[in-house]
Design a protein around this ligand. Structure first.
Ligand code: GLV
Ligand code: GLV
Length: 322
């Protein structure tokens, strides 16, 4: 009997290697499959390839007999990992291949916010460019500024490497301090979150979304920041309390550039959309052609390994192999 898999969206690669091994159904719409549909599908499949927009909770996991869940993303906060582990279902993700693309995009947001690129474009298109002005659209220096990196995994470290070229002072905070050798080669200094927020001209978030990072940046943290600080979020929306973000931006403390929101997509009546000192992108941190194709290839490889009963090359719950 051939294995059956469900792929929750069209992917930017050929699915032939998978089709030779399994009956493949691909959700054809632009919007994610509704939860009820996923719940029906999961009853008849062996493998699920999902995206961060699919809610893979305990009820869903318990409703089927999945052999593998393969997520095309590095983050997996949409999946109940504990429920999957209880049922011995390996969950795959796609780390590494999106590190540079995401760090590049965080850098693009940082530069855009500092030098007001989006406002400048709006200004020009509105026909407001009438002459060269000494004080038009001024922003802070990036070169030589102090950068605070919150979360120092692969992406956080990739940010540090870029910051070095801009001669920045680099502070980082993370659950675990890294080795003195790594700190030295990256030119970074460990700090508490509090100290980092007080000292940084730019604060960029690179932690996963877990219980400990839920609304990590709220009123108190915004109060600690310099009034001129710029916050960058390319990690997960719920690391920042959106109401606190609105208050901090509306009082013209700080500016921000975010690629992720809580919830996603951002509601069309969100007050955040009314602010000039905020840049918002639609969760495209990993969206380089090469990276998206590598992520899809990796997700397919994890899916195939799981169907075959082989160990996934990238498994977030390796306990299932104990
Ligand atoms: C994107 O946000 C990812 O987690 O890969
Ligand atoms: C993700 O790739 C991270 O570990 O930062």
């Amino acid at each position: 009997l051939q294995a059956k898999v469900f792929v929750t969206r069209r992917l930017p690669i050929e699915l032939e290697p998978l089709r030779s091994l399994a009956t493949v159904e691909v959700w054809p719409e632009r919007q994610p499959p509704p939860y009820e549909i996923l719940l029906e599908k999961v009853k008849e499949i062996d493998g699920l390839l999902c995206l961060l927009t699919d809610q893979i909770d305990r009820q869903l996991i318990d409703s089927g007999k999945l052999k593998v869940i393969s997520q095309m993303a590095v983050g997996y906060d949409n999946i109940d990992i504990t429920a999957a582990t209880t049922r011995q279902i390996p969950v795959g993700n796609t780390p590494g291949v999106l590190t540079d693309a995401t760090a590049d995009f965080a850098w693009a947001l940082l530069m855009a916010a500092a030098r007001r690129v989006v406002e400048a474009d709006r200004f020009t298109r509105a026909g407001l460019w009438q002459t060269w002005e000494p004080d038009l659209l001024l922003g802070p220096n990036v070169t030589g500024a102090t950068l605070g990196i919150v979360g120092f995994g692969r992406i956080g470290q990739a940010i540090a490497r870029r910051a070095k070229g801009f001669e920045m002072q680099i502070l980082y905070t993370s659950r675990q301090r890294c080795s003195p050798e790594l700190e030295q080669s990256l030119g970074v200094e460990f700090a508490t979150l509090e100290h980092l927020l007080q000292k940084s001209d730019f604060v960029t978030l690179h932690t996963p979304s877990v219980d400990d990072t839920y609304h990590l940046i709220s009123d108190r943290q915004f109060e600690l920041m310099k009034r001129s600080a710029i916050l960058i979020n390319t990690a997960r929306g719920n690391i920042v309390d959106p109401d606190s973000l609105y208050r901090a931006l509306a009082s013209c403390q700080i500016a921000a550039a975010i690629d992720v929101t809580e919830p996603e997509p951002i509601p069309s009546d969100s007050l955040l959309l009314t602010l000039d000192n905020l840049i918002i992108a639609p969760h495209i941190g990993s969206a380089s052609r090469q990276t998206r194709s590598k992520m899809a290839t990796m997700a397919i490889a994890n899916l195939i390994a799981g169907l075959r009963g082989d160990r996934l090359a990238n498994c977030v719950n390796p306990e299932v192999y104990n």
